[in-house]
Ligand binder design. Structure first.
Ligand code: PLP
Length: 444
């Protein structure tokens, strides 16, 4: 019997003992093709020799020094690298140990910024439904994932949620994508007006929505419109790229493709590629300047922020991505993945939408393609797809509640940047078989 309190208590888990490239290996020698990078984490796959060597070297030198006493060479070097490659105006990186911590830190940075500049009346966040920003209380409060929030609702700060940018379901037939994006900006403008623009701290959004809705890409002009609206009211824009950032969509930051610079940008998963737990907030100079001119500190911190081995792993991951031109590879293999998905699943009677960018793709499953009607949630199709995929040696990231936290099923794919053509073939072949098997297994 396991003494680990696992995420779920009903089914035993295989025991992972090894990893090689895009593959994980369990104790019985079974091999699993990691088509989701876990949860869009393992961007370089498993066992990358350069990352492992960098971690060994750092451990031999220094594993840990508390950040209230020291900085380290490796944390400085990582921050230099990140700032050099960040959106214009970014001046600092604040290191944490994961995505939720990055979002918490960003929320507090945003609030402290307004306290420092004499606008303490700003105390409200606006975010979107069908988003995920993490499981700690602040991040959960801004998140718009109903089933994750429901039982903890009494503990969460009040946050206003507006519509996600969900073209497949919400764009009207008589609208262009641009008009739909503008309608969403108008909805946000109305929410701001209702609250009073001078009371809002920030608007928080995933540039490309990941786990909750399956790779929802923004329509052209939407985020630009959001940026302009925020600027008009002096509201900060926090883009959460914990999942979609660090190269996943084919550019280092997903917001580059939108022509938008956020005030605070959160990154995590692909930053360290799973080799160490690490996340970061990338902050614009004017925010850090306000701290420097005012109280002289950011009123926040955890014991393990800026951990030297975590920074060494992340630095090595980012250097490999640059050295091996992996962003170009993400674009190339991303096209290959999209083509294969469309060829194999594009006319499947229960595939409603195939969407994504780079190596970040979502397949939305529907009961009826014509009406887009979802499956009965009681069928738990997403769970069956995960089970059938694992049985076929394939890791994908399916989720239910795609539409509103209850209805809808999708499968998220986020393979390592090093994925080969043969591995892309195997991913799509095994996924199609898993979907058909799941449909058969859950049929009434
Ligand atoms: N933000 C986004 C967009 C995420 O996808 C996630 C995790 O999936 C988080 C935040 C939380 O990150 P973590 O699980 O590392 O705390």
């Amino acid at each position: 019997m396991s003494h680990v309190l696992h995420r779920q208590l009903k089914f035993p888990l295989p025991v992972a003992v090894g990893g090689e490239g895009c593959w994980l290996i369990d104790r019985d020698g079974r091999r699993y093709l990691d088509a989701s990078g876990g949860a869009a984490v393992s961007c370089l796959g498993h066992g990358h020799p350069d990352v492992i060597a960098a971690m060994h070297a750092q451990i031999d030198r220094l594993a840990y020094a508390h950040t209230s006493f020291f900085t380290t060479e490796v944390a400085e070097e990582l921050a230099d690298h990140l700032v050099a490659h960040a959106p214009p105006g970014t001046s600092h990186a604040y290191f944490v140990s994961g995505g939720s911590e990055a979002v918490e830190a960003a929320l507090k940075m945003a609030r402290q910024y307004f306290v420092e500049i004499g606008q303490p009346q700003r105390e409200h966040f606006i975010a979107r439904r069908q988003s995920y920003h993490g499981n700690t209380l602040g991040a959960l409060a801004v998140g718009g994932n109903e089933w994750r929030r429901r039982q903890f609702a009494p503990l969460l700060i009040p946050v206003t949620h507006v519509s996600p940018c969900y073209e497949y379901r919400d764009r009207r037939a008589d609208e262009t994508p641009e008009q739909y994006g503008q309608r969403l900006v108008t909805e946000l403008a109305e929410a701001i007006d209702r609250l009073g623009g001078e009371r809002v701290i920030a608007f928080v959004a995933e540039t490309v929505v990941g786990a909750t809705a399956g790779a929802l890409t923004p329509v052209p002009g939407y985020l630009k419109g959001v940026r302009e609206l925020c600027d008009r009211h002096g509201i900060l824009l926090i883009l959460d790229e914990v999942m979609c950032g660090m190269g996943r969509t084919g550019t280092l930051h997903a917001c580059e493709q939108e022509g938008v610079v956020p005030d605070l940008l959160t990154v995590a998963k692909g930053l360290g590629g799973g080799y160490q737990p690490i996340g970061a907030v990338l902050a614009q100079r004017r925010i850090v300047d306000a701290f420097a001119r005012g109280s002289g500190m950011f009123h926040h911190g955890h014991t393990y922020i800026g951990h030297a081995v975590a920074c060494a792993a992340a630095l090595a991951v980012q250097q490999v991505i640059e050295r091996d031109a992996l962003l170009e590879r993400v674009q190339r293999q991303g096209h290959g993945l999209a083509e294969r998905l469309r060829a194999t699943l594009g006319t499947h009677p229960h595939v409603g939408d195939i969407r994504g960018r780079g190596l970040f793709w979502g397949v939305e499953l529907v009961a009826d393609r014509a009406t887009k009607a979802p499956f009965n949630p009681a069928r738990r199709l997403h769970a069956a797809v995960k089970r059938e995929a694992m049985a076929r040696g394939l890791m994908v990231y399916p989720m239910g509640g795609t539409i509103d936290g209850r209805r809808g099923d999708h499968v998220l794919l986020a393979p390592p940047f090093i994925v080969s053509d043969a591995e892309l073939d195997a991913i799509v072949e095994r996924l199609a078989a898993a979907i058909d098997a799941a449909l058969a297994a859950t049929a009434a």
